[in-house]
Design a protein around this ligand. Structure first.
Ligand code: CP
Ligand code: NVA
Length: 308
């Protein structure tokens, strides 16, 4: 059966761990897996801007023996002119997989329903599961086991990064704290899904409005931009509403002394995080950005294996 990665809980705990193990192997021996030898092509479609996702998929697909086809949707028929399912039906006869960065999660779901090749969410308004695989590879490298660690996320909890942190975290058996104003908390259905998964993995998800309480003793501190792509018109309100959730040196001092700091980047220093934190000794953001390459290669290898 064709498998897709549209949201973090599309992977079971065992599958998430398998992909992370594979990512460790691929990081040690970068050209050891060549499932796209031929070369076969993978389409990588962007409805929104990107640096890391574009580079890491292009390089990763080439590393796997394949050929990346990078498409900017503004110059394609996708996006108003042709449906995601018709697009997928055309592409599936020529490419091995589709990677898509878009706005609505519903578009990804429609594309996945309409095709027999894997569809990967390269960021939507709701989830960023590729980023979380890279984040968890990074956490494993710095802290060992994921299970039982406390991850605290600060800022826009309803963003792709807030919601993916909640879901991926409980899949890994982590204790996830989301610190945000109530109106920026993750969607109720996402919290309910995270809660249900947590009961099976020994993890937990908890919502906080007090950032100091959320930081206390945490092993991993995470934040992201306060103004995600597509939210630019809300910028002034967001800077006002989220100001209290900035990751400062003072907030970091409340976490476990060995805590690490993650940010998916791009970062706005002085807004969601102070320069002394992101450029300081606890920050692992450059490892995290590199790990997009290794984690996504592992994901593609794994998805292609499921194709049989
Ligand atoms: N973190 C991330 O997805 O970065 P890009 O927007 O540059 O791809
Ligand atoms: N939440 C951010 C992530 C960027 C990689 C956004 O959607 O713009």
């Amino acid at each position: 059966m064709t498998r897709h990665l549209l949201r973090d809980d599309d992977l079971s705990p065992i599958e998430q761990a398998e992909i992370l193990d594979l990512a460790v192997e691929l990081k040690q021996d970068r050209w050891s897996q060549r499932p796209l030898e031929g070369p076969q092509t993978v389409a990588v479609i962007f409805d929104k801007s990107s640096t890391r996702t574009r580079v890491s998929f292009a390089v990763g697909i080439a590393d796997l023996g394949g050929s990346p086809l990078i498409i900017t949707s503004a110059n394609s028929q996708l996006g108003g002119k042709e449906t995601p399912s018709d697009t997928a039906r055309v592409m599936e006869r020529q490419v091995a997989a589709i990677v898509w960065r878009t706005y609505a999660q519903a578009g990804l779901e429609e594309m996945a329903r309409g095709t027999r090749i894997p569809v990967v969410n390269a960021l939507s308004d709701d989830f960023h599961p590729c980023q979380l695989l890279a984040d968890f590879l990074t956490i494993r490298e710095h802290k060992g086991e994921l299970k039982g660690l406390t991850l605290a996320y600060f800022g826009d909890g309803r963003s792709n990064m807030g919601q993916s942190s909640a879901l991926a975290g409980v899949v890994a058996g982590m204790h996830v704290r989301i610190a945000s104003p109530i109106e920026y908390a993750p969607r109720e259905d996402v919290v309910a899904d995270a809660d249900r998964i947590a009961k099976t993995t020994g993890g937990s998800v908890a919502l906080y409005t007090d950032p100091l309480e959320a930081a206390a003793g945490a092993d991993v501190i995470v934040t992201d931009t306060w103004v995600s792509m597509g939210k630019e018109e809300e910028k002034l309100a967001r800077l006002r509403d989220l100001g209290a959730y900035k990751v400062t040196a003072e907030l970091m001092s409340l976490a476990d002394p060995a805590a690490i700091f993650l940010h998916c980047l791009p970062a706005d220093r002085g807004y969601e995080v102070d320069a002394e934190v992101i450029d300081g000794p606890q920050s692992v953001v450059w490892d995290e950005a590199e790990n997009r390459l290794h984690a996504q290669k592992a994901l593609l290898v794994w998805l292609l294996r499921q194709q049989g």
